[in-house]
Design a protein around this ligand. Structure first.
Ligand code: ZN
Ligand code: ZN
Length: 256
C-alpha cells in the first residue's frame, strides 16, 4: 500500500517551552464505530469547546463498526459535513487501525487506506493471543505489546501510535517506561507521532517528559467515545504545561 495523503501537523515536544498546547483532538469515535454520538454532534460540541482541529479515528475491527458498508456511509457523511464548511475548525477523517502481526500488517482494506486522512496505528488484541493479555505471564504481555508498538514505529502507513503501552497497562501489567521510551525513540526517528492519552496514561507527566527528551511529535488523543470526553487530552497537557512553567518561575524566584 502506498501512502497518498499529506502529513498532518503534530505538536513538537520542543515547542512546549514557548507555545501553549493547542486545542486539538486526535482520537474520536462516532456511531460509525463504538462511540455514542453522530459526526455532526461531535463536531458541534468540539466547536463549542474551541477545538481547532479534530480527527475522527473510527475502528476497523468489524465487531466495533456499524455493520456492513459502514466505511462507505462514514465517508459519505464525512464529505457532506466537509461541504457544509468548517468555520474555524479543521476536521480530518481517519481510522484507528490495529496490528494483525508483528511485521507491519494492519487491519486495513486498500479502499480505506486510499481515503483515510489519518492512520492511528494501535496495538489492541495481541496477534496470535487475542484479548488474553490479562492471563499471560506479565513478561509475555510486555514483550508482545512492545513488539507490536515497534512494528508500528517503523510502518510508513502510520501517522501516530495510539496509547503506547496502554493495552498492556490496562489489561495486564504496568508497561515499563524504559520500553515506552524505546518506542518514542524509534517512532520519532521515522517521523511518526506518539499519542498522549489520559484514558490510558495516568499520570501523564512522565510520558510527556520522555517525549520532550526525545523531541517527539505529540498527538493529543482522548479516545473520546462520548461528547463529554472531547478535548480531555489537550486539556490535561496544557494544564501540565502551565504547572511546569509555574514551577520554573518558583525556582527562579527562590534563587533570587
Ligand atoms: Zn485503541
Ligand atoms: Zn480508540
Amino acid at each position: 500500500m502506498q501512502r497518498r495523503r499529506p502529513k498532518i501537523p503534530f505538536f513538537a515536544a520542543d515547542d512546549l517551552e514557548n507555545q501553549p498546547f493547542p486545542r486539538w483532538e486526535y482520537h474520536v469515535h462516532s456511531l460509525f464505530s463504538d462511540g455514542s454520538s453522530t459526526l455532526a454532534a461531535l463536531v458541534e460540541h468540539a466547536r463549542s469547546l474551541g477545538i481547532t482541529r479534530m480527527v475522527f479515528t473510527e475502528h476497523t475491527e468489524p465487531e466495533l463498526t456499524d455493520g456492513a458498508g459502514w466505511f462507505e456511509r462514514y465517508w459519505q457523511e464525512a464529505m457532506q459535513l466537509r461541504q457544509q464548511g468548517q468555520e474555524g475548525m479543521e476536521i480530518l477523517f481517519g481510522l484507528e487501525v490495529p496490528i494483525v502481526d508483528f511485521k507491519g500488517g494492519l487491519l486495513l482494506e486498500t479502499s480505506m487506506a486510499d481515503k483515510a486522512e489519518f492512520i492511528l496505528g494501535a496495538v489492541h488484541a495481541y496477534p496470535g493471543y487475542g484479548w488474553t493479555m490479562g492471563s499471560l505471564p506479565p513478561d509475555k504481555a510486555i514483550e508482545l505489546e512492545f513488539n507490536g508498538l515497534m512494528a508500528l514505529a517503523e510502518n510508513p502507513l502510520v501517522d501516530a501510535i495510539a496509547h503506547p503501552g496502554g493495552v498492556c497497562q490496562k489489561h495486564a501489567t504496568p508497561f515499563p517506561l524504559t520500553l515506552f521510551e524505546e518506542v518514542v525513540r524509534k517512532a520519532t526517528s521515522n517521523g511518526i507521532a506518539i499519542e498522549l492519552n489520559p484514558a490510558y496514561q495516568e499520570p501523564i507527566a512522565p510520558y510527556l517528559e520522555i517525549c520532550r527528551r526525545h523531541h517527539a511529535l505529540i498527538s493529543p488523543g482522548s479516545n473520546a467515545h462520548h461528547l463529554e470526553e472531547l478535548g480531555w487530552a489537550c486539556h490535561e497537557l496544557s494544564k501540565l504545561q502551565r504547572k511546569n512553567r509555574l514551577n520554573c518561575t518558583t525556582i527562579y524566584a527562590t534563587k533570587e
